[in-house]
Design a protein around this ligand. Structure first.
Ligand SMILES: [Zn+2]
Length: 322
């Protein structure tokens, strides 16, 4: 499906088979001499085929196409390695690049998962089946790193880079002030809640995410062009809902911990999830992984606020209410 959302800005829906997200939006901005693509799809055949037919229909010449990737996740970055040409720029951010470059990234995540109660037998399988591992971009990629306030000009649009850490540490959006268009990546989505997950001790992604929501609230936006699902106008209403959602979740985590000290994995198993499975045991491994990561992000946030404490017990981290 292709939709012209603004003059010379096209939304292409790239399918993600078997993934609860269903599809990712890739956008193409057509200029006189160059094109800009915002996010791409996973590095898998179904995405590549859909992308190929869309590019043909829109008559996009990849030799004249540059890429802006909002963040490192495979559904946004993965396909870029199959699309990029020698004359293409790939715009990206530095914090997410550090993670891509880290050869021990998955091992570190696995170690953190074990520490936080993920069953040993499931760690390997969750990582092997993780879409971020299976469908990632072939490296090495030649990236052009951008920062807050950097500008990209294309097709009469002047796009400003807006750093929005939270969903990933380096997540970046694009803002077009004249038409008040906001390319939100996975920072703000309309009918799904962006996953805020943590698999290390050194960050507080939920705190960062909430700050980034407050930052974007201040922008004058007429249309959000998100990474998933349909574009929408009401960014402030959605930001208020997302903040409320995380407040409710934080309270749920505290009430679970009131039963006694538990690992992040145990907390995740008792939280309510919007998924077609009645029992935690039936969750597919990647979904358990995302859920436990999200529980941990909430626990880390509550830890930072002094509302929970943690202690070590037989090589595992347990959380408790003080
Ligand atoms: Zn993402």
């Amino acid at each position: 499906m292709i939709e012209e959302v603004f003059e010379n800005i096209f939304r292409m829906e790239i399918p993600l088979p078997g993934n609860p997200l269903k599809a990712i939006n890739s956008y193409v901005l057509k200029g006189g001499t160059r094109f800009l693509m915002v996010d791409t799809g996973m590095n898998r055949q179904e995405c590549q085929e859909a992308m190929g037919s869309f590019l043909k229909e829109l008559r996009i010449d990849l030799k004249r196409t540059d890429f802006f990737i909002t963040h490192l996740h495979a559904d946004h970055l993965g396909l870029v390695s199959e699309l990029v040409t020698e004359s293409s720029q790939v715009y990206f951010n530095s914090p997410d690049m550090e993670i891509i470059k880290d050869r021990n990234h998955w091992e570190k995540m696995a170690a953190a998962a074990r520490l936080h109660g993920f069953p040993e037998a499931d760690v390997e399988e969750a990582i092997m089946k993780h879409p971020g591992r299976r469908y990632h971009a072939r490296g090495p990629l030649n990236l052009t790193l951008l920062r807050e306030g950097d500008m990209i000009q294309v097709g009469g649009y002047a796009l400003r880079c807006i750093e929005t850490p939270g969903h990933t540490n380096g997540h970046m959006c694009l803002y077009e002030p004249k038409k008040k268009i906001f390319f939100s990546g996975d920072h703000i989505l309309d009918d799904i809640t962006p996953n805020i997950a943590l698999w290390s001790e050194n960050h507080d992604p939920l705190q960062k995410y909430l700050q980034s929501l407050d930052k974007v609230y201040g922008y004058d936006v007429e249309k959000v062009l998100p990474g998933h699902r349909r574009p929408f106008p009401h960014h402030r209403r959605r930001i208020t809902e997302l903040k409320k959602h995380h407040e409710v979740r934080a309270n749920e985590v505290i009430s679970i911990l009131q039963k006694g000290k538990q690992s992040a994995y145990q907390v995740a198993a008792q939280m309510t999830w919007d998924i077609d499975c009645r029992r935690w045991e039936d969750f597919p491994h990647p979904q358990k992984w995302f859920a436990a990561g999200e529980a941990l992000a909430h626990l880390q946030y509550l830890l930072g606020k002094g509302q929970v404490k943690k202690e070590q017990h037989e090589g595992k981290t347990l959380f408790l209410v003080p």
